[in-house]
Design a protein around this ligand. Structure first.
Ligand SMILES: *Cc1c(COP(=O)(O)O)cnc(C)c1O
Length: 410
C-alpha cells in the first residue's frame, strides 16, 4: 500500500516522481509462480525498463520477453539464459539479428525474417534454434483469423513447412502467439491456451520434430478501474496445469512460457506530482500540476479519448488507453473542506488535462497528489522531452536497501 509518510518526505525534494515498491513486485511474481506450477514466466521489459525494476523481476527467476536489441542485452547483463531471452518484435533488421542471435532465442515474425535469420546463421556458420510467431485461426473472443501486422498466418505457415525444413542453418523449436493484453476473464484465457496447445500439437506433427517451447504470450490483466474484478489466477493456473498434463506425453521436452509486464509491475508504481499553482477562471477552479501529460501520459490520454465519445466503455487501445479512469487519484491533504476542481499540467498546451470537475479536499500550492497503477506503461510511454521540462525522478523502494534514487545510484 501507499506509504504516505515516505511520499511526503520524498516530495520535499522532488516536484514529480515515480515510486516503485519492490514489495509489490515480489508479491506478484510469487503469486504467479505459486499459482502456475508448470509454467515459466517472461518479463515484458517494454512495460517498465527501469534497471532496478528489471533486475528485481529477473531475480525472481523470470526470463525476458524482449522487444528490441537493447532489451535482449538487459536480459543478458542480468545473467538470463539464451533460451529464456525471447526476442519477439516485427520488423527486425539484419543488424538486429546479428547482434542478438548468439544470446537470445529469436522469434521470427515473418517469412522475410526467417530468410534473414537463415542468412545470418549461415554467415556465422551456426544452426540457430528459433521460434515462430503465429497469427492463428482463432482469437480471444471466438472470431477466426484476423488480419495482423504480427506473426505469420497459421495457414501460410503450414503451407511453407516443407521449405522451412530445407533451411540448413535454423531449426524451428518453438511457437509464439500474443494477441491481446488486459484480459480479466480466466475462462477466456483458458480457451486461448487450449487453442494454442492444439495448434502446437498440429504443428509439431506436421514438421515432424519435437518443439522445445510454447510461448503463450500475455493477456493476463490487472484491475485498473474501481469496477474491475481481479483475474482468478488460482483457477487459470490449475486449468493450465490440467491441460498440460494431458499433453505432456506428446510434448516430452516442452517449456511453456507466459509473458507479462503489467501484472508484475503495474501496481508497484505510484506517480507523485505537486500542485504548482491554483487559479479560478470564469468560475472554474484549476489546479496546475507538475509534469502530467509529459510525466505520466495515461491519465491525459484517458481524458482525451473520453472527450471524443459518449460511450462509457470505449474500446481499449493498449497500452495507451485502457478505460475511463484507469487509476486511483489520492490527494494527500488533511483539509476537512472539499471543492470541485479541474486538474491540468504545467505544459504550454491545453491538452494536458488530467481530471475534470472532480471533488477533492481543498488543496493548496505545494500539496501532493498521487496516481496509482503507474508501474506499467508509464515512464516509458510519456513524452518527457516535450518542452524541455525537468523530468520526474524515478525512485525504487528496495525490500532490503530502502529508498534508491536511480539518478543518485548511477
Ligand atoms: C507488450 C507485450 C507483452 C506485455 O503484455 P502485458 O499484457 O502488457 O503485460 C507481452 N507479450 C508481447 C509479445 C508483447 O508485445
Amino acid at each position: 500500500m501507499l506509504n504516505k509518510k515516505l511520499v511526503l518526505e520524498l516530495a520535499k525534494k522532488h516536484d514529480s516522481f515515480y515510486l516503485y515498491d519492490e514489495k509489490v513486485i515480489v508479491e506478484n511474481t510469487e503469486r504467479l509462480k505459486h499459482d502456475f506450477k508448470h509454467v515459466d514466466f517472461l518479463y515484458s521489459i517494454k512495460t517498465n525498463s527501469h534497471p532496478l525494476v528489471v533486475k528485481s523481476v529477473l531475480l525472481q527467476g523470470f526470463g525476458v520477453d524482449a522487444a528490441s536489441v537493447a532489451e535482449v542485452m538487459l536480459g543478458k547483463q542480468n545473467g538470463v539464459a539464451k533460451k529464456k531471452i525471447q526476442y519477439s518484435a516485427p520488423g527486425k533488421t539484419k543488424k538486429d539479428i546479428e547482434q542478438t542471435i548468439d544470446v537470445s532465442t529469436i522469434i521470427a515474425d515473418s517469412l522475410n525474417e526467417i530468410m534473414l535469420i537463415q542468412q545470418v546463421a549461415q554467415e556465422k556458420n551456426m544452426v540457430a534454434d528459433i521460434g515462430i510467431r503465429i497469427n492463428p485461426n482463432f482469437s480471444f473472443y471466438g472470431e477466426d483469423a484476423i488480419p495482423s501486422k504480427f506473426g505469420i498466418d497459421e495457414q501460410l505457415l503450414f503451407e511453407v513447412i516443407p521449405q522451412l525444413k530445407q533451411l540448413k542453418n535454423m531449426k524451428v523449436v518453438g511457437l509464439h502467439i500474443h494477441l491481446r493484453s488486459q484480459e480479466l476473464n480466466a475462462s477466456v484465457l483458458e480457451k486461448y491456451y487450449s487453442n494454442m496447445v492444439i495448434l502446437a500439437e498440429n504443428f509439431q506433427k506436421a514438421i515432424g520434430q519435437p518443439l522445445t517451447f510454447l510461448n503463450m504470450g500475455s493477456g493476463i490483466g490487472i484491475p485498473f478501474s474501481a469496477e474491475d474484478t481481479p483475474l482468478d489466477t488460482v483457477y487459470l493456473g490449475a486449468a493450465t496445469a490440467k491441460m498440460m498434463s494431458q499433453f505432456r506425453l506428446r510434448f516430452p521436452n516442452l517449456n511453456v512460457y507466459i509473458e507479462t509486464g503489467r501484472y508484475v509491475v503495474g501496481k508497484s508504481g505510484f506517480y507523485v506530482t505537486k500542485v504548482l499553482d491554483k487559479k479560478v477562471s470564469c468560475g472554474k477552479t484549476f489546479l496546475i500540476l507538475k509534469n502530467t501529460l509529459n510525466g505520466f501520459i495515461r491519465p491525459s490520454l484517458a481524458q482525451l479519448v473520453m472527450s471524443y465519445t459518449e460511450q462509457k466503455k470505449p474500446f481499449a487501445s493498449e497500452p495507451l488507453f485502457t478505460c475511463a479512469n484507469p487509476f486511483e487519484l489520492i490527494a494527500l491533504s488533511d483539509a476537512a473542506e472539499t471543492e470541485e476542481v479541474t486538474l491540468v499540467g504545467n505544459l504550454c498546451t491545453a491538452a494536458d488535462v488530467v481530471a475534470k470537475d472532480i471533488v477533492l479536499p481543498k488543496l493548496q500550492c505545494q500539496d501532493v497528489i498521487v496516481f496509482t497503477n503507474a508501474g506499467s506503461y508509464a515512464a516509458v510511454l510519456s513524452p518527457m522531452q516535450f518542452s524541455s521540462q525537468e523530468q520526474p525522478a524515478q525512485i525504487f523502494l528496495s525490500c532490503k536497501q530502502g529508498v534508491i534514487n536511480i539518478d543518485d545510484a548511477e
